[in-house]
Design a protein around this ligand. Structure first.
Ligand SMILES: [Mg+2]
Length: 379
């Protein structure tokens, strides 16, 4: 372990704070794919030294509340919605523009799971996707390389989706595996592609157990072990108790300077302090598929949560493809387009499949016509 001085931007205030933090050496980050490890740099996240600061706890809760609205004020919403939709129009309304922008390029699909392919439900173990959605994603994977990118443990998200032909990036991309069968897009024989945080596993397990113990006193609190990260779900906790639960989580994290905390929709998540997120996972998967430096690739990422913003941002910075935010209400986002709920995601994916099928048929007919012309020409 070495001490490292860093400047960390406070996510809420934007103020830079100098901190001294213990970080581990490179041996901590050995990878399954023998790839250079990501740097141990905390992003704009809460630092351990300030973790029990009352204002900070409130900031977590406020931020989580903002991304998980439980009450919607109809009057103010209507104006906000109108102006927001101008900047983030429906991907269904903009379908023709989207497909024409992808002309001549390989579309690669990235799909979040919770709130994107399945509805958000009170019990995270029962966030099932419909058979219709499964059939749609199966068809999608026939025409485009497709990856599921989730905060959940990879095995868990696979148990919900059950499609062997997809790429899976679990634990916010810290656990990536290629298709086990049936995909024409499968590259190489290696099943597990990347696990950049494998040496954090014992620590994550320890924190999971500590969080289970400490949150017992809060009714409705749910702790989920996602293998490379831990989620504390607030979905079934009375909003009056959110600060108390956040304090309990903060107290446990005090002992783990190599872990950081992020907020999502009614969830606090604890992850290793490595610079790895859904955006990095997207880049890694594009590279694995052979599109690292290609200009003829068109990645489409659909997600509903704050953690998906890292992927939206990568697409904006690359100037390739686009992000689609799944949300019924206006939210600050790096996504270009929006869809309101999983049923609209399914409608969009179906249109994409139908459009691709039609274009392939058209290409096939044109090729056949050219062959016929060639044959009919005198030698
Ligand atoms: Mg989600």
């Amino acid at each position: 372990m070495t001490k490292q001085n860093m400047v960390v931007a406070d996510a809420k205030t934007g103020i830079n704070v100098a901190i001294s933090m213990a970080v581990s050496g490179s041996s901590l980050f050995t990878t399954a794919a023998q790839r250079p490890p990501p740097a141990a740099v905390p992003g704009p996240y809460i630092t351990i030294s300030r973790i029990n600061n009352g204002a900070r706890i409130n900031a977590w809760v406020d931020s989580m509340r903002a991304s998980s609205p439980t009450r919607i004020k109809a009057s103010s919403l209507s104006d906000d919605q109108d102006s927001w939709i101008l900047h983030h129009p429906s991907a269904l309304d903009m379908f023709e523009q989207i497909t024409s922008a992808s002309k001549g390029k390989q579309i690669v699909m990235f799909l979040d799971y919770d709130g994107t392919l399945s509805p958000i439900v009170d019990d995270p173990d029962r966030a099932f996707m419909s058979e219709a959605m499964r059939a749609t994603v199966r068809k999608l994977a026939r025409y485009f390389p497709t990856a599921i990118v989730s905060g959940r443990c990879r095995d868990k998200v696979y148990s919900f989706v059950r499609l062997a032909e997809l790429y899976y990036a679990g634990s916010h991309g810290m656990d990536i595996k290629g298709p086990s069968k049936g995909s024409k897009y499968k590259k190489g024989a290696q099943a597990v592609l990347f696990q950049p945080a494998s040496e954090f596993l014992p620590m994550i397990d320890e924190v999971y157990k500590a969080l289970l113990e400490v949150t017992k006193s809060t009714p409705g609190a749910r702790v989920e072990n996602n293998k490379f990260c831990v989620s504390v779900h607030f979905r079934c906790v009375d909003e009056m108790k959110w600060s108390e639960l956040a304090k309990q989580v903060g107290a446990v994290l005090e002992d783990y300077p190599n872990l950081r905390l992020t907020q999502g929709r009614k969830v606090l998540e604890i992850r290793p302090t490595i610079k790895w997120d859904k955006g990095k996972a997207l880049e890694f998967l594009l590279e694995s598929l052979g599109y690292a430096n290609c200009t003829d690739v068109f990645p489409v990422y659909i997600g509903d949560d704050r953690s998906d913003e890292d992927a939206f941002k990568v697409l904006r910075e690359r100037g390739q493809g686009f992000g689609i935010l799944v949300s019924k209400i206006p939210k600050e986002t790096n996504a270009s387009y929006s869809l309101q709920e999983p049923s609209e995601v399914m409608a969009f994916l179906r249109r994409l499949v139908g459009w691709k099928r039609m274009s392939l048929r058209r290409q096939f007919r044109m090729r056949r016509r050219l062959e016929e012309i060639k044959v009919s020409l005198p030698n």
